[in-house]
Design a protein around this ligand. Sequence first.
Ligand SMILES: [Zn+2]
Length: 133
Amino acid sequence: MHEWALAEAVVLSVVEFARSRGASRVRRVVVSLGELQAIDREILSFALEELRKGSPVPIDEFVLEEEEAVFRCRACGFEWRLRDVGGLGEEVREYIHFVPEVVHTYLRCPRCGSPDFEVVRGRGVRIKEVVLG
Ligand SMILES: [Zn+2]
């Protein structure tokens, strides 16, 4: 049900945005999904399509994009991505996608080995672009 709540929030935000700009139609909405986000893309896509039909302001199209996660070490400032990390099994990768909170358990800075890093990108869901008609 997480995906449905999210889809509702997206549609609501887009409708409010369109109204605030006096637009009567939305051509395109690009939604960015963080790599570290336990969201079922299929369900979200389905929910958006369903809600789109009942939207008070017509929305022509939703586009879902994935945003790659980027990490930054607080000790040395190094930035890296999940694909830069060797030695992570497929199982761990899946686990990180499914439960993003575990990322600090499995990852260390590839340069200095510090476990003290932040997630700079790739977390959460955001509306990246709205094209009004
Ligand atoms: Zn480091």
